[in-house]
Design a protein around this ligand. Sequence first.
Ligand code: SF4
Length: 299
Amino acid sequence: MPPCSTKCGKNAILKRPKTGDVLCKECFFEAFENEIHFTITRAKLFKPNSKVAIAASGGKDSTVLAYVLKLLNQKYDYKLDLTLLSIDEGITGYRDDSLETVKQNRDDYEMPLKIMSYKDLYGWTMDEIVAEIGRKNNCTFCGVFRRQALDRGAVLLKVDYLATGHNADDIAETVLMNILRGDLARLSRCSAIITDSGDGIPRVKPLKYTYEKEIVMYAYFRKLVYFSTECVFAPNAYRGHARVLLKDLEKIDPSVIMNIIQSGESLKINESANMPTLRKCNRCGFEQRIAQARDWQVK
Ligand code: SF4
């Protein structure tokens, strides 16, 4: 490998997928962490002395998020009180195993952990839902349930922010997916770095500009413990089609990820477009978009 491009005197061991820079391990760590710190400070994601729940799945994104937030919190004295919040969807062979990794994160990073389960909240596990409806639209159900479970967990923990591990690839995929579906409501807000959960607790995305490949590299070189098995119901996710398209485009030009995010940020939705409205559920009181009813139909 050639010398590190920062001229630190060491040999490079990797080429950054995002910038093409060839770097040694230490300079990569510094560049990676500095970019996240820059994202946090530029967008003013957190106020000092706040309590932050990190949505933790045991996967690479939330594991890296927890590690880096703890590190930056100490290095730059953000004065944040960090805690882990996990959702147990009740998916045998997936979530039961990944929760063990979250417990490892809890011990490694010395953060409290709260687990909310679909079974306790809704009376159903995802395994039971799939047994009832079959292998169709599973992520539509699961996504709505998880979103609400995280909101409920955040309220229960009395946090000021909910930080999620959405990375740059996730955001670009979501922009593409919403264009393909013509989902104007989601398209108008999916690239925002801070979103309103509806109960006054902002959701923030510190990894919004961090490439997935670099998250994998960072976790590898930092020797972080994370769970990498895919959900057994994931192959049916519509998102998978957007992911394949994005990966193909990334092979041609890695900057396509940032370009899509920037396009999403610059989009303005015509105000006369037919947008869904929020309506409260009669039973649980949580708000749900009327247009989502379309997604709930089992085809
Ligand atoms: Fe739920 Fe779909 Fe994610 Fe599996 S892949 S955990 S079903 S949203």
